[in-house]
Structures are given as structure tokens and as C-alpha cells.
Design a protein around this ligand. Structure first.
Ligand code: FAD
Length: 318
């Protein structure tokens, strides 16, 4: 039986800055691109994003809106919003390399493509404090480079339970020397690290936290289980990060094994190629680096150039 469905050059899974930037650059190389996005941006909790040149301080949804508007100018791109990719499989029956199963509101669709870009970002698990969501993105953040500047010289909290708290404390102290590190009862900071932090005027608080206090998203204190309150006016948390990759499991069933690092990020070469030819990754889902909008957008532009070259079998790098 003949299959006359269109074969896209690339299906982009996830339209954050990595996916949007890749789609734009692929279309400008006259590739046919299908972009699928479930519309759950990682930075949805925050009101303003920083550090993206020409857009410093822009609301995150405004940045996306502007990028989407640019994509609308290109007939080469089809964008499907509020849709989710369920699986990616090797395609044997047609000339396409992959079939992608998409859940789109009431309907299911299978699209075909020569290449797939995974730009699905991360999911976060915050420390289990009852009110933390009310403050996250408002006065409590995860990225000091993104949001530290506005809290320069404020009394700050760093809350986390992982063994990189010491390094994070040193980083955050760049913005404020008035810093308390809360381990929430976990053995996250060694005695030696505590002494080194104390030498810089940074306190380590090992008692468990009851909750955060404040008003309308503005934190005013960290309340400990014994009732003590430590006043702060801003803070950072160390979430646990989970790359969004479950929909790729079917590739492994087909005998194409994707490499992941110890923290679950997709391993790629410097150009965004994964261990499965034709599958690419960019942005927060790929091996760790600075988790920033402009870094993700840059990775998207870079991988778009590489996908264009690979589809043509061209080896020049520029
Ligand atoms: C609270 C907070 C504040 C931040 N502030 C800043 C800041 O000020 N400056 C800065 O540079 N960075 C900031 N960041 C970091 C920044 O948001 C990320 O680095 C950036 O969004 C990563 O881009 P991405 O394209 O990799 O992923 P994302 O932006 O997370 O986009 C991934 C997209 O993929 C979609 N998706 C996931 N799974 C599927 C699927 N199966 N099918 C279809 N679509 C799917 C999601 O819905 C989402 O839209 C902040 C992050 C947080 C959490």
C-alpha cells in the first residue's frame, strides 16, 4: 500500500528557545519543519527573564510570542501548539527515517521525518516545602546568573539537599554576602565546607525547614521546624532536574540506543548529534551547561545548521 503522507525534513519536539531558534534557522535553509509543543515552558513561574540581549527583562511568554510570530512568516514551518509527542520510532515502511506519534487535543496523528530534534527541556522537582511554589519565580529562583542581580546585597537563602550546595553558595555570594545555606536536615554540606563558608561570612543552617513565609510571592523568612524564623528577602533553591525524554523509549526498543549521562541528559557531540543518527538534541535537555535562554537559542541555531548539512551529506562546517 502506498503512503503519500508528507515527509518533513525535521520534526522539532519542544518550542522553547532551543526549538524555536532551530525551527527558524531550518526554515531559512528551506527545510520543511514541523514544530510540536506542549506549551509547558520551564520558566513559566517567573514574570521576567534576564540576560537575553535586546530582550533583558522581557516576560518569558512575550519572548515566545515574538519568536512564534517570526515563525509564522515562513510557509516552510507548521507549528502545532498544545500537542505532545508520545513516541519517536524508526520508520521502515517509507523513505522517512522516523515516525513521530503526536497527541493533539482530541486527535492522534503520526508524522514522518528525516530528522528529529529533541528540545524538550527539563522538569523540576523543588524541595518539598508547602508554600514554595508561591515564591518560586517571584522572589525565590534557581539560576543566580539569571536572577541574582536584582537581589544584590539582599539577605538571601540558598535551599537545597544536594552535595553541590557549597559551590552554589560561593556563586551566590557574588551577589550578596548576607547568605544563609539551608540544608533542610540533609547532609549536603561537609564540616570542611561549612568552615570555609563561615570564613566568608556565610552561615550554614542544618535544621529542617517547616515552610517559607512572606506575602504575595515576596519571601520574608525561612521558618524552621522548631519555630525559629530566619529573615531573608530573596532566595535560591537547588531543584532536582529531570530531562524530558520519556517519549524516546521506543527508539531503544527498535535497537537504536540513545546515550544519556548520569543525570539523565541526552549526550550529544558538540554539534547536537545524539548517538542515534538522525536524532539531535539542543537546550536544557542536552548535557549540562549554563541553563539560560540565550544559550538554548544558540544551541538551537547551531544544531539547525548541522541538521541542514547532514541531510545534504555535506561535511563543511560553515
Ligand atoms: C523560574 C525560572 C526562571 C528562569 N529565568 C531565566 C532568566 O531570567 N534568563 C535565562 O536566560 N534563563 C532563565 N531560566 C532558564 C530558562 O528558562 C531555560 O534555560 C530555557 O527555557 C531552556 O530552553 P529549552 O528550549 O531547552 O527548554 P524550555 O524552554 O523548557 O522548552 C521546552 C518545551 O518543550 C515542550 N515539551 C516537553 N515535552 C514535550 C513533548 N513530549 N511534546 C511536545 N512538547 C514538549 C515544553 O512544553 C516546553 O514548551 C529560568 C528558569 C526558571 C525555572
Amino acid at each position: 500500500m502506498s503512503d503519500d503522507r508528507e515527509i518533513f525534513d525535521c520534526i522539532v519536539v519542544g518550542a522553547g528557545p532551543a526549538g524555536l531558534s532551530a525551527a527558524l534557522n531550518l526554515a531559512r535553509a528551506r527545510a520543511r519543519v514541523l514544530v510540536i509543543d506542549s506549551n509547558r515552558p520551564r520558566n513559566a513561574a517567573t514574570l521576567l527573564s534576564h540576560g537575553f540581549m535586546t530582550r533583558d527583562g522581557v516576560p518569558p511568554n512575550e519572548l515566545r510570542r515574538l519568536a512564534r510570530e517570526e515563525l509564522d512568516r515562513y510557509p516552510e514551518i507548521e507549528v502545532v501548539q498544545r500537542a505532545s509527542v508520545r513516541s519517536v520510532r524508526r520508520e521502515w515502511a517509507t523513505d522517512a527515517a522516523f515516525s513521530v506519534e503526536i497527541s493533539e487535543r482530541a486527535r492522534e496523528r503520526v508524522a514522518l521525518s528525516h530528522a528529529v530534534l529533541v528540545s524538550t527541556g527539563l522538569r523540576e522537582t523543588l524541595p518539598a516545602l508547602p508554600s514554595i511554589r508561591a515564591y518560586y519565580g517571584m522572589s525565590v529562583f534557581s539560576c543566580a546568573v539569571c536572577d541574582g542581580y536584582e537581589y544584590s546585597n539582599h539577605p538571601l537563602a540558598l535551599i537545597g539537599e544536594t552535595d553541590d550546595l557549597y559551590d552554589r553558595a560561593l556563586l551566590i555570594a557574588r551577589w550578596s554576602g548576607s547568605l544563609t545555606v539551608f540544608t533542610n536536615g540533609a547532609a549536603a554540606v561537609t564540616g570542611g565546607e561549612e568552615s570555609a563558608l563561615a570564613a566568608r561570612g556565610i552561615r550554614v543552617e542544618r535544621r529542617a525547614i517547616d515552610d517559607l513565609e512572606g506575602h504575595r510571592g515576596a519571601i520574608s523568612a525561612v521558618r524552621l521546624v522548631d519555630g525559629d524564623r530566619i529573615p531573608v528577602t530573596g532566595g535560591f533553591v537547588r531543584p532536582l532536574w529531570h530531562p524530558v525524554v520519556d517519549f524516546l523509549a521506543a527508539l531503544d526498543e527498535d535497537g537504536h540506543v540513545l546515550d544519556f549521562d548520569a543525570s539523565g541528559h541526552l549526550v550529544t557531540d558538540r554539534d547536537g548529534r545524539t548517538s542515534v543518527p538522525g536524532i539531535y538534541a539542543a537546550g536544557d535537555v542536552a548535557a549540562p551547561g549554563p541553563q539560560q535562554l540565550i544559550v538554548a537559542a544558540g544551541a538551537g541555531a547551531r544544531v539547525a545548521a548541522i541538521i541542514t548539512h547532514d541531510l545534504l551529506g555535506v561535511t563543511t562546517s560553515h
